[in-house]
Design a protein around this ligand. Structure first.
Ligand code: SDX
Length: 439
C-alpha cells in the first residue's frame, strides 16, 4: 500500500492486490483529533475484497462529534471538555445537555432543559404492573431491559424517528424516566413501596430519594451522597462507540424506535466484559478475601486455562490509565471519609491488588490498567447499593450517552442500515441428501 500526500498529511492510500490489476484509492479522512481513517467504502467495488476486523477494534463505524478518547494519553473529552473538569465543576443534567446539544447550557437553557426533563419523570400507572410480572429476585438489569423496551407501547408516536420533535421528546422521556425505572426495580426487589419522583429535587437527589425514601419516614437529603452520585453519573455518561453504544446505533440504523434501541443497549451493557464488570469486581474482591490471597489470584489470572480475568482492569481503547478510574478512586476516598468510614477492607484490598498488578510485567506488558469499573463498585457499596444495582446505575447514566449518539446517527444524512460482511469458512455448495442416504 502506498500513499499520496498534501502538505504534512497523506490524502490517499493506494491498495494494490498482488496478482491482479485491481487497485483501490482509499481517501484518508482527518478528524479534529485522533488518527486519520482510511475510507474503505469503495474497496469492494474497486478490488473485490472486504476488510476483516472481528470486534471492530481497528474500524471507525461512524463519524461523531460527541466524545473523544485518547487511549494512549488517558484522555476523555465530552464535546471537547475534559472529563476531570466536568466531574469537578459540572452537574449530570448540565452534561446531559452538553452531550445532546453540543454546548454547555446558558442559565436560561439549563432552566428550560431541567424543567423539560422534570416534567417527564413519572411513569404511566400501567407500567407499574410490569414490575409485578418479575420474580422479586429478578436481576434489575432484566427489569430495565423489559420495562424500557415496553415503553414504546405507551408512546406509539415515538416510531416517527424522522420527526425531530418526536426524537427530542423521546430523548427527554428516556433521560427522565430511567431513574424512576431503576429506583423502582430496586424497590420491587426489596418489597418496599415505590416512591414517586419529586420535582423539587435535582436529578441525582431525586434518584437517591426514590431509591432510599420510605413513606413513613421524612426524607433527609444527603449532600455528600448527592454530589458523589452526580459525579458517578457524569463519569459513566458516554464513551465513544463502545459495545452498548454500537448496539444502540445498529438497532437505530434499522429505524427501530428509541425505546427499543435503548433496551438493546441495556442488554449489551449487562455483560461482565462491559458494564457488568463493576458487579464482577466486587465479586472478585469478595472471592480474594484478603491481601495474602492476591499472589495466588494473580497466578490464576496468568494461567490462560483458568479463564480468570482481573475484573476492572484492561480496556479496548485505554492503554494507559482510564481517566475515570483516577477520578473514581479520588471520589472513593472522599465519600468514605465524608461518611466516616475509616476502614474499608474492600478499598484497601483493591488498592493492594492494583499496586501488585501495576508492578507485574504480565499486566504492564499488556497495558492493562484500572478502568472505570475497578473502583465504582466500592463507592456504590459504601453508598448502600446492593451489587446487583451497580450495572443498572451504569445504564442509568449511559442512557444519556446512548440517546445522544442515537440522535446524532438519525440526523446524519449519510447514515445507512448497519450490515457488516463476513469471511465465510463453512461448507462449499453441496446438494441435499435424503435421510436414508446419510451416515
Ligand atoms: C467498560 O469500550 C468501552 O469504552 C467500555 C467502557 C465504557 O465506558 O463503555 O469503558 C466500559 O466496559 C470497561 C471495561 C470493563 N470490563 C472489565 O473490566 C472486564 C475485564 N477486562 C477484560 O475483559 C478486557 O480487558 C476488555 C474486555 C475490557 C478489553 O478486551 P480486549 O481489548 O479484547 O483485550 P484483549 O482481550 O485483546 O487483551 C489483550 C491481552 C490478552 O492476553 P494475550 O492473549 O495477549 O496473552 O490482555 C489480556 C488478554 O487475555 N487481558 C486480561 C484482561 N484484559 C485483557 N488479562 C487479565 N485480566 C484482564 N482484565
Amino acid at each position: 500500500m502506498s500513499s499520496t500526500t498534501e502538505g504534512a498529511r497523506a490524502t490517499h492510500a493506494t491498495l494494490t492486490i498482488p496478482g491482479s490489476n485491481k487497485t483501490a484509492e482509499l481517501p484518508l479522512l482527518n478528524g479534529t483529533l485522533g488518527p486519520q481513517v482510511a475510507d474503505i467504502r469503495k474497496l469492494q467495488a474497486q478490488t473485490g475484497i472486504f476488510t476483516f476486523d472481528p470486534g471492530y477494534g481497528e474500524t471507525a463505524s461512524c463519524e461523531s462529534k460527541i466524545t473523544y478518547i485518547d487511549g494512549d494519553e488517558g484522555v476523555l473529552l465530552y464535546r471537547g471538555y475534559p472529563i476531570d473538569q466536568l466531574a469537578e465543576k459540572s452537574t449530570f443534567l448540565e452534561v446531559a445537555h452538553l452531550l445532546l446539544y453540543g454546548e454547555l447550557p446558558t442559565a436560561a437553557e439549563f432552566e428550560s432543559f431541567n424543567r423539560g426533563v422534570t416534567m417527564h419523570t413519572m411513569l404511566h400507572e400501567q407500567v407499574r404492573r410490569f414490575f409485578d410480572g418479575f420474580r422479586r429476585d429478578a436481576h434489575p438489569m432484566a427489569v430495565l431491559c423489559g420495562v424500557v423496551g415496553a415503553l414504546s407501547a405507551f408512546y406509539p408516536e415515538s416510531v416517527n424517528v424522522n420527526d425531530a420533535r418526536e426524537r427530542e421528546i423521546s430523548a427527554f422521556r428516556l433521560i427522565a424516566k430511567i431513574p424512576t425505572i431503576t429506583a423502582w426495580a430496586h424497590k420491587y426487589s426489596t418489597g418496599q413501596p415505590f416512591m414517586y419522583p419529586r420535582n423539587d429535587l435535582s436529578y441525582a437527589e431525586n434518584f437517591l430519594y426514590m431509591i432510599n425514601a420510605v413513606p413513613p419516614e421524612p426524607y433527609r437529603k444527603n449532600p455528600i451522597l448527592e454530589r458523589a452520585m452526580d459525579r458517578i453519573l457524569i463519569l459513566h455518561a458516554d464513551h465513544e462507540q463502545n459495545a452498548s453504544t454500537s448496539t444502540v446505533r445498529l438497532a437505530g440504523s434499522t429505524g427501530a424506535n428509541p425505546f427499543a434501541c435503548i433496551a438493546a443497549g441495556i442488554a449489551a451493557l449487562w455483560g461482565p466484559a462491559h458494564g457488568g464488570a463493576n458487579e464482577a469486581v466486587l465479586k472478585m474482591l469478595g472471592e480474594i478475601g484478603h491481601k495474602d490471597n492476591i499472589p495466588a489470584f494473580i497466578a490464576e489470572v496468568k494461567d490462560k486455562n483458568s479463564h480468570t480475568k482481573l475484573m476492572g482492569f484492561g480496556h479496548r481503547v485505554y492503554k494507559n490509565f482510564d481517566p475515570r478510574a483516577k477520578i473514581m478512586q479520588q471520589t472513593c476516598h472522599e465519600v468514605l471519609g465524608e461518611l466516616g468510614i475509616k476502614h474499608e477492607p474492600l478499598l484497601e484490598l483493591a488498592m493492594e491488588l492494583e499496586k501488585i498488578a501495576l508492578d507485574d510485567d504480565y499486566f504492564v506488558s499488556r497495558k492493562l490498567y484500572p478502568n472505570v469499573d475497578f473502583y465504582s463498585g466500592i463507592i456504590l457499596k459504601a453508598m448502600g447499593f446492593p451489587t446487583t444495582m451497580f450495572t443498572p446505575l451504569f445504564a442509568l447514566a449511559r442512557t444519556t450517552g446512548w440517546i445522544s449518539q442515537w440522535m446524532e446517527m438519525i440526523a446524519d444524512p449519510s447514515q445507512r442500515i448497519g450490515r457488516p460482511r463476513q469471511l465465510y469458512t463453512g461448507a462449499p455448495r453441496r446438494d441435499y441428501v435424503s435421510i436414508d442416504q446419510r451416515g
